[in-house]
Design a protein. Structure first.
Length: 419
């Protein structure tokens, strides 16, 4: 089983350049289906989820190839409109292909995307919005049979600001006749990045980043060359690493405006953080202070993806921090593993109470999900002795090269592939 070995106790110092954003490039890869040209993606991260998306695109009849550091997608030919169960299971967010397939092919057959480590991952808001645009969707034996010979623009109000539903409906709306208005849309920066990609392909989309996104569908789209935004959660990971281990670093390419809730929490804990157009610099001395309360919420609230990462920082802070996880049902699985390292955490449903301890000790711990696994590596940087983080394949879904980046900051970490 592959694992990371981390020797804790080193202060960090250095500079790292941020990879492209996983949660931006995945919907962008689906969006390439909307045009019949060639797309070149720059700063596309080399991730397991990107590999899975490339396999789906190839299965549909497209080509997806790395050309040096750029990813070339050619979508002139589509030979099928169904994604196999095996391909759907490889990546939880493969439901994002549904809207684009309906817009391009007028039909789609996909299996219900499974839940994941974070709990059930329903797509009822995606399906309700697609039905409002005229799609006929039938669920039989875990497979969704979808037909949309003519998608038409609709006024859609999302019951909650779902990132995936907003993105799926934006893509379907590009292929619909007329105007689609998505109200209570998610406002994450990745939604704005998707809008900028679509506009670069000739689409008429506006409002991303606000609660109302408007798409004037029916425009013929073309390929483009596009640079993916930097990954703000990877930035949060490295900020947390320096915060907990102590030291100073510069994150080149990071945009503080995408992470204000996270940098506010780290500043409250006692970190010195400065953001400018080039990136984010952070300096952290011992000891950190607990942060009264951290509540996860849709953007621009505190991002659920950074919950485990900032929890790792506060395990040794002086005082008590109360976390409230309001987005996913089961997103504290990393807590038990942190307790094996000496952390004091009490879980009450959606609430986790973290009481700072003076020291953590290295231990053999298991990555439970993508960000929980990264958080265990962060905690290991501040623990005395060696921490082994097994099941590291979870981490590889979202981090292009965690070892390369943390070593650039002076961490003692190495990756041991499965034997
Ligand atoms: C995206 O997931 C991200 N994934 C997640 O990142 C992120 O945690 C999440 O947004 C929230 O910011 C990608 O972008 C690939 P949602 P998504 O739809 O789109 C409920 C990571 O670590 N819901 O905003 O699935 C849902 O159950 C991953 O990189 C419905 O009830 O998130 C959840 O409780 C983890 N019905 C809440 O909404 C629906 O139809 C937010 O989900 C859709 C969602």
């Amino acid at each position: 089983m592959s694992q990371y070995l981390i020797e804790g106790g080193q202060k960090l110092r250095g500079e790292v350049t941020l990879q492209g954003a996983k949660n931006s490039v995945l919907p962008i890869l689906a969006a390439t289906l909307l045009n019949k040209g060639d797309t070149l993606l720059r700063r596309c991260p080399r991730l397991r989820d990107v590999d899975a998306s490339m396999r789906i695109l190839r299965h549909l009849g497209c080509t997806a190839e790395w050309k040096g550091e750029e990813l070339e997608i050619r979508t002139g030919e589509i030979s099928r409109a169904e994604i196999t169960d095996e391909l759907m299971r490889e990546m939880r967010s493969s439901a994002i292909f549904l809207g684009a397939m309906l817009a391009r092919c007028g039909e789609a057959k996909i299996s219900y995307p499974g839940g994941c480590e974070l709990g059930p991952r329903p797509i009822d808001l995606h399906l309700a919005g697609l039905r409002a645009m005229g799609a006929e969707i039938r669920e039989e034996g875990g497979t969704l049979y979808c037909r949309a010979p003519r998608l038409r623009g609709a006024d859609i109000v999302l019951a909650l600001p779902s990132v995936g539903a907003t993105e799926n409906l934006m893509l379907a709306a590009c292929g619909a006749e007329g105007v689609t208005k998505i109200s209570n849309a998610a406002r994450e920066p990745e939604i704005r990045d998707l809008q900028e990609f679509l506009v670069a392909c000739g689409a008429r989309v506006r409002g991303a980043g606000t609660s109302t996104v408007i798409v004037e569908g029916g425009e013929p789209l073309h390929g483009c060359t596009y640079t993916v935004m930097p990954d703000r959660i990877v930035a949060a990971t490295y900020l947390s690493a320096v915060a907990t281990a102590g030291g100073e670093a510069f994150l080149s390419g990071a945009r503080e405006e995408h992470l204000l809730a996270v940098t506010a929490a780290l500043r409250a804990a006692g970190c010195h953080i400065r953001g400018d157009e080039r990136g984010i610099s952070i300096r952290a001395e011992e000891p950190l202070r607990a942060v009264n309360m951290i509540r996860t919420a849709p953007y621009p609230g505190f991002p659920t993806d950074a919950q485990a990462l900032v929890m790792a920082v506060l395990l040794r802070a002086e005082g008590v921090t109360v976390f409230e996880e309001n987005i996913f049902e089961n997103r504290y699985r990393h807590a038990n593993e942190m307790m094996r390292m000496g952390a004091e955490i009490r879980i009450f449903g959606r609430v986790a109470v973290v009481t700072g301890v003076s020291a953590l000790h290295g231990a053999a711990v298991q990555a439970t999900d993508l960000r929980g696994g990264a958080a265990l590596c962060v905690a290991g940087l501040a623990a005395e002795g060696q921490t082994q983080v097994t099941d590291s394949h979870h981490i590889d879904r979202g981090y292009e090269d965690l070892t390369r980046d943390l070593r650039a900051l002076g961490a003692q970490i190495r990756y041991c592939p499965a034997d």
